[in-house]
Ligand binder design. Sequence first.
Ligand SMILES: *[C@@H]1O[C@H](CO)[C@@H](O)[C@H](O)[C@H]1NC(C)=O
Ligand SMILES: *[C@@H]1O[C@H](CO)[C@@H](O)[C@H](O)[C@H]1NC(C)=O
Ligand SMILES: *[C@@H]1O[C@H](CO)[C@@H](O)[C@H](O)[C@H]1NC(C)=O
Length: 320
Amino acid sequence: MPRTAAAVFAVLIACLWCSPALCAVGRTRQQLNYRPIIGVLAQENLPWDQFARGSSYIAASYVKYLEAAGARVVPIRINRTEEEYAKIFNSINGLLLPGGDVDLQTSQFSRAAKIFYNLALKANDAGDYFPIWGTCQGFQQLTVLTANKNLLTLTDTKAVALPLTLTSVAPSSRLFRNFPKDLLRSLANENITANFHSWSLSMQNYSRNAKLRRFYKILSTNSDGKKEFISTMEANHYPFYAVQWHPEKSPFEWVDKPGMVHSVSAVRASFYTASFFVSEAMKNYHHYPSPDEEDKALIYNFSPVYRGFDAVFVQNYYFD
Ligand SMILES: *[C@@H]1O[C@H](CO)[C@@H](O)[C@H](O)[C@H]1NC(C)=O
Ligand SMILES: *[C@@H]1O[C@H](CO)[C@@H](O)[C@H](O)[C@H]1NC(C)=O
Ligand SMILES: *[C@@H]1O[C@H](CO)[C@@H](O)[C@H](O)[C@H]1NC(C)=O
């Protein structure tokens, strides 16, 4: 074998089996990881959840959302040591921070999110591509981690479907640039993004905070009639993405409430966001030390609990 071919072969082998640093060097567009595994962070059970078992949960809609776009899911439990989280970080290809209702500075959810966020910053700085997606509370958690303080403000956005006001940079953004043009038009013109949040990052507080301004570019905004808030953003220099709305609800949650939309374009928007994020995770080559450890970590080892047709999450996974 000629020497250059041998070198390419060696890098390829290194990519499949060795360190993330080597992988980043040897990677080309063609060499994607078509078996991505995405971690979804659990959070403290709500005190009034009559179906709760153990101490934490993941809404199953987030799992289905990623699975439908070609990823497998590993639940990341709260209240674990930094060593355990580092081990998981080095085994998964991306992280999703879901919606929910816990404290963004004192909860075990926020503690784990911070550990993973810092690991992801470090990894990406070293050329190891590690994407993070935040939805609703996950969006809010990312703003708190980046700003290192809570800059959120109350808005009247508890159960309403809105059309995105796309910014001028949205069509060229990493997140939106490969969306079908008619879908972007639907997102801009139809009320298809589900909003279920009391807190928002206003344009005002974003603009006044240098850390946030430097870190994120704004892809869309919305308004509750009084305050303009950020509904979609992506980081400038990291593969981090955040939506204040809920793409996972349209295909997978069925509570009959204002703000819930199941139209064809809403379901398509859901799929394209998930597919985008999974394609980002395909650029990462972390893996479990052995097939056996991978097998034990996957969500398939757990069963979701059906919580009823009128529950805000139709199925949840519960963890000790
Ligand atoms: C786990 O939770 C317990 C009880 O809340 C706490 O005392 C302990 O410090 C936590 N451990 C970690 C690693 O966060
Ligand atoms: C800005 O952030 C502060 C918290 O530091 C918050 O109290 C305030 O309501 C926010 N204002 C706007 C307009 O978002
Ligand atoms: C659609 O969104 C607009 C805001 O752009 C809002 O004024 C209107 O009430 C929404 N309609 C419905 C049916 O939710």
